[in-house]
Structures are given as structure tokens and as C-alpha cells.
Write a protein that binds this ligand. Structure first.
Ligand code: DON
Length: 309
């Protein structure tokens, strides 16, 4: 097996040379203008090593990767009661699909599709103004990454709102079933802002450390969530983290992962490392094309899989 430094450098060099990079998201100008040649990868191991390659220190829009952290916060707030309002099944549909909601009484399939994440935002809003809930999410991510420089890109948040007709439709529809407790506008305010958080691969891999280490920050030993909860969040990432590409990601990479349309993926190797990769070009499911390929190669090189003996 190669050293991790060597494996990361090799994967980054190979990805830099590829010309089939997928298409960057264009639904908002801030994502549409990102250079598709960018590629970054970071690994933070449970024994404290931080290994970087490519553009690993350049912040990008984490988009739906943020849903791992909002889910973690919401579970901390309401525990298993969350599962009365959000399911735990893969949707087999695109991330912004509305079709299942009618048959399933406004209960989204899982917390990672847009509808599910909007319900999670609604949960985080309880007892707060949107501004406070957004601040709580940002501070939680800063705390996990041990980095107070992480910010919300206000321009991205404003564009998300300006173009978010489908998310408004999802929120209004769920409200009609009684599955939003606040006005759709307020839950969406929280949702649009957490999608607009900007982080680098280094920061994202740092923030994911607790999931690779049984719920504890490996640097401080402090518990973020219980070991059982960390396992369950990992299970949801594996089964739902790449929308209708989740099965293929599990098949090819074999570790829990969560993607975002900014081209980022957070990957967790339980007991070993937290990984983040960024390549802005997307595949047909809206997941980072080279990011998925890079994680597949890295996992194979390092013999990483949750199914490995
Ligand atoms: O709400 C949306 O559609 C976007 N802000 C985020 C979607 C996303 O990242 C889906 N992931 N692949």
C-alpha cells in the first residue's frame, strides 16, 4: 500500500490531467463562473495528520454537504423525534424532486434531499429568529473544523433565494401537509444560508473528523455525538448522500459520502480518516464527476472500504 501523501499526490496529478471534467452548475452565476480545472483533496487522519493536494486550501460553496452538519445539529436538538418528520430511505430521485411528497404526505424521503433538508432547517429554527439559527449552524461548523475563518457567502445565499422557485415549491407543499412549523420563507432563509457556506477541502475534512472517529473529535477527545449516532449519520450518507447516484457511489467507493452541487464531497473512512475533495464539474446526478472518481481511486489504492475485512 502506498503512503497516504503519495496516494493523494498521485490522484491529484491524475485528475489535473483529465479533460472530461463534467459541467459546473449554472443555476446561479456564482457557481457558473467557477473554473472547472480546479481540483483539491484533503485527508485528515484520526491520528492527526493533515494531508493536502491541489487546490485544497481554496474555499468553495459547500452547498448540500452542509446537510450533514445541519442533520447532526437537528438530531442533537430533537433526537429520534426527527424521524417522524423525515424518512431514512434513499429517494431514487434527483435532489430537488417533488414527486414523492404527494404520495408520502409531505414527509421527505431523507434529510439530504432538498425537501428533507428544508424540514431540518425548520427544526433548527424552533425558538430562534432565522439569523440566530444560521449563526448556530455556522458556529457549529467553525467549532468542528476548529476554524473561525469559515464564512457564509452572502452573495450565494441571495442568489439561492432569487432562483429558488423549486425550493419554495417544496417548502410550500410540505407546509400544506403541516410538516413545516414555521413560514416557508423563514425555513428557506436558514436553508439557503447553510447551502451558501464556503469552505476549503482542508476545512471540510477537519469538520468531518468526528464522523471518522466514533463521534469524538480525535484531536481533543471531546464527544460531538454518540458513537451510535455517528454510525447512523454514516449510514445515511452511504445510502442517501449522492441522491440517485448513491448506489453507484457505494458500489465504486465503498465509504459514506455527501456531495454538493458546488463540486465538493465529504467522505468518511470510519476509524481512519475524514476526506474532502473538490472538483466543480458535475456528473449527470449533480455529484462531482472527478471528485467521485478521485475518491474511488484513493479508496482502491488505500484499500479503504467499510466492507473491507
Ligand atoms: O437547494 C439547492 O438546490 C442547492 N442549493 C443545493 C443542492 C445541492 O447541493 C445538491 N447536491 N448535489
Amino acid at each position: 500500500m502506498p503512503e497516504l501523501e503519495q496516494a493523494l499526490a498521485e490522484v491529484a496529478a491524475e485528475m489535473a490531467a483529465r479533460t472530461d471534467r463534467g459541467e459546473v452548475a449554472t443555476y446561479i452565476p456564482q457557481l457558473g463562473k467557477v473554473d472547472s480545472k480546479k481540483f483539491g483533496i484533503a485527508a485528515v487522519t484520526n491520528d492527526g495528520r493533515v494531508i493536502l493536494a491541489g487546490d485544497a486550501d481554496q474555499p468553495f460553496s459547500i452547498q448540500s454537504v452542509s446537510k450533514v452538519f445541519t442533520l447532526t445539529l437537528a438530531l442533537g436538538k430533537v433526537g429520534d423525534a426527527l424521524w417522524h418528520r423525515v424518512g431514512r430511505e434513499p429517494s431514487g430521485n434527483p435532489f430537488n424532486s417533488i414527486v414523492q411528497l404527494e404520495h408520502e404526505n409531505g414527509i421527505p424521503r431523507n434529510p439530504f434531499i432538498n425537501a428533507g433538508a428544508i424540514v431540518v432547517s425548520d427544526v433548527l429554527l424552533a425558538g430562534h429568529q432565522p439569523r440566530e439559527a444560521i449563526g448556530e449552524i455556522l458556529r457549529f461548523i467553525q467549532f468542528l473544523a476548529d476554524d473561525e475563518t469559515i464564512i457564509i457567502d452572502r452573495e450565494v445565499a441571495a442568489s439561492e433565494r432569487a432562483t429558488g422557485y423549486r425550493n419554495f415549491a417544496l417548502a410550500n407543499y410540505m407546509k400544506s401537509f403541516g410538516n413545516l412549523h414555521h413560514e416557508p420563507e423563514l425555513a428557506l432563509g436558514v436553508y439557503f444560508h447553510h447551502c451558501a457556506i464556503a469552505m476549503s477541502c482542508r476545512q471540510l475534512a477537519m469538520a468531518g473528523r468526528f464522523l471518522a472517529n466514533g463521534g469524538r473529535n480525535p484531536a481533543t477527545g471531546h464527544s460531538v455525538v454518540s458513537a451510535e449516532r455517528a454510525r447512523r449519520i454514516g449510514a445515511l450518507m452511504l445510502t442517501c448522500g449522492h441522491y440517485d447516484g448513491s448506489g453507484d457511489f457505494a458500489f465504486r467507493v465503498g465509504i459514506p459520502g455527501k456531495s454538493g452541487v458546488g463540486g465538493g464531497i465529504l467522505g468518511i473512512v470510519p476509524g481512519v480518516a475524514s476526506l474532502a475533495v473538490w472538483s466543480p464539474g458535475l456528473n449527470e446526478n449533480g455529484n462531482s464527476k472527478l471528485g467521485s472518481i478521485a475518491l474511488e481511486k484513493l479508496a482502491r489504492m488505500m484499500n479503504w472500504s467499510i466492507f473491507a475485512p
